[in-house]
Design a protein around this ligand. Structure first.
Ligand SMILES: Cc1cc2nc3c(=O)[nH]c(=O)nc-3n(C[C@H](O)[C@H](O)[C@H](O)COP(=O)(O)OP(=O)(O)OC[C@H]3O[C@@H](n4cnc5c(N)ncnc54)[C@H](O)[C@@H]3O)c2cc1C
Length: 292
């Protein structure tokens, strides 16, 4: 590895100042499971590496008055195992279960997964489906960005030089709501998703869909919401024809590419299959009720 300056701040303001001072030459280091791989492969050559892992208060999962807050440095393994998230955002724990190996999940952070901005990022579709908000801190102070506005393209986000993702917040689940995360890869484990899909549905007492969110990963330059599919669902009672129309709209929203790992046609077919399954499973979860 080439020489670089290494800084290990103990407070958030110090970390923000160090990153801001060196601008695009500096990067934050969390678990390092993406960053160090890229540095070793010479894909990126930062001059300054700012280790943010020793800063207190940036990891942990807390449920307060309905909403749930997850520190950006929370380990993916802790998200997988958290009783709070398993009860309040089970699709997020499910997504965590699929990320890499257990060794990787003990190093990788949820914030690093989002900030790396891979189109297939494991944690992104569920956070889009759950309407998560990202809390960013920089030299100008704090701002809150909906997760769907965070990604700009592969490896690119709205983070400004010096800005750090500190927390992810989720609203409490509505009564009679459910969420699901599904993914497909060639190998069952230790393989990036060829397609990943998350869905969220909320029903009223009569069974009408009041809220629907469908998110797709690995089929566009960023994880995306399938908004036309969501619009098909809202205001209607679930039935097979409705779900078929929503599924077709999700397929139309995807813009997959062919690459070494899959063809675009295969990815489109997987969007159809995973969306169908995700809607059926999410409806069942909502009917069984996360009743609060
Ligand atoms: C063997 C292996 C298997 C993997 N399998 C998967 C998989 O199945 N699915 C998947 O999605 N990913 C996978 N990954 C990728 C990686 O493990 C995840 O993306 C992980 O969540 C990254 O988190 P990290 O804490 O290690 O990030 P780091 O590597 O530390 O950082 C990643 C990027 O985000 C920036 N960053 C990190 N935290 C912050 C923050 N709080 N604020 C601002 N910027 C920040 C860093 O500067 C860097 O650019 C795999 C990696 C390996 C090595």
């Amino acid at each position: 590895m080439y020489p670089f300056e290494y800084i290990e701040p103990s407070t958030l303001p110090e970390a923000v100042a160090a990153l801001a001072e060196h601008g695009p030459d500096a990067v934050a280091l969390a678990g390092g499971t993406d960053l160090l791989v890229m540095m070793r492969a010479d894909t990126i050559r930062p001059k300054v590496v700012v280790n943010i892992k020793r800063i207190p208060g940036l990891s942990g999962i807390a449920a307060t008055n309905g909403d749930v807050r997850v520190g950006a440095l929370t380990l993916v393994r802790d998200i997988e195992k958290s009783p709070v998230l398993r009860a309040r955002a089970p699709a997020l724990s499910e997504a965590a279960r699929w990320l890499g190996s257990v060794q990787i999940r003990h190093l990788a952070t949820i914030g690093g997964n989002l900030c790396r901005a891979a189109p297939s990022a494991e944690m992104a579709p569920t956070l889009l489906a759950l309407g998560a908000r990202l809390h960013l801190v920089g030299v100008q102070g704090q701002r809150v960005v909906p997760v769907e506005d965070f990604f700009l393209g592969p490896g690119r986000t709205v983070l400004q030089p010096g800005e750090i993702l500190v927390e992810i917040s989720l609203d409490g689940l509505a009564p009679r709501s459910g969420s699901t995360y599904l993914r497909h890869s060639i190998r069952p484990l230790m393989d990036l998703a060829l397609v990943n899909v998350a869905a969220y549905l909320a029903l009223d007492a009569a069974g009408t869909i009041t809220e629907a969110r469908i998110a797709l990963g690995a089929v566009a330059p960023t994880p995306i919401r399938a908004r036309a599919a969501e619009a098909e669902l809202c205001g209607h009672t679930a039935d097979p024809a409705l779900f078929e129309r929503a599924t077709e709209a999700a397929v139309a929203a995807a813009r997959p590419i062919s690459d070494v790992r899959s063809t675009a046609v295969y990815r489109s077919r997987m969007v159809r299959l995973l969306t169908q399954r995700a809607l059926a499973q999410t409806l069942a979860a909502a009917q069984n009720g996360h009743v609060q």
